[in-house]
Design a protein. Sequence first.
Length: 291
Amino acid sequence: MSPTPEHEGLHRIFAEDKLMVASVMTQVLGDAVPMPADVSPLNVDLTEFKPVVERRSDTVLRVEFGPGSHREDFILLVESQTEEDKTRHFAWPYYVSYLQAKYKLQVVLLVVTSKAETARWARDPITIGLPGLACQVTTPAVLGPDNVRAVMTVAEAARDLHFAVFAALTHSRGPDVRVILEVLATALETTDTETASYLSEFTEAGLGSTLGFEIWRALMASGTFTYVSETRAKGRAEGEAKFILRALHRRGITVDDESRERIESCTDQEALIRWFDRALVASSIEDVFKD
């Protein structure tokens, strides 16, 4: 079965920002974790030899703190889990052992979910061995709606937007989802348009088929938020530019690189409409830009 957008969003957010890793690990460990010097994605293909059964984890990150830090570097293995799945009890211990052997670093297995019942199931230690003779015990750290704090104020969301997105996805099935999403949507106004637009789209995809998806779509369609309006305006401008270039191409008019860049980078709707009208009758690219 192919991974769903909800599944992907819950684990991929960890690769987006170093502060996100520090925030989550602080919650998992119960004490403050400093900002890592670097967080780098690693290959998620954990297959040792071929041909064998292919094994792929969700997100694998190498977390490095740099010289002078009292924290040791480690591997963060993030697994997104929507439902109970007993096959994970065979896969997760393998992932941990393989990564520790390969990188010679300690491994943290973090399971993330938007369902409280799945979180309770995932917290059970996975024991390999006979009764009274355990050879390996794998105990996942688990974050779900029962222990991830809901971000309920704009100020808190603005301080750490990536964590606010993660919290929203985690609580996407809960009773407070409307308030959480309204707070997040407002907090995105505090950052630049590009970041806000990206996180908005990431949130929409990550909400999957949950109740939160419909709420978020309604919020984004309301026309209240600047970053949504600017993104739509940019999309309209890109569409106008394509029509201009297509009209010129159909009429056999050569467009040099400088003129193409001028058309594609323009965000002035009135200018783009004017250029399009001229492109329909122009005999050269100069005719399009004449005053």
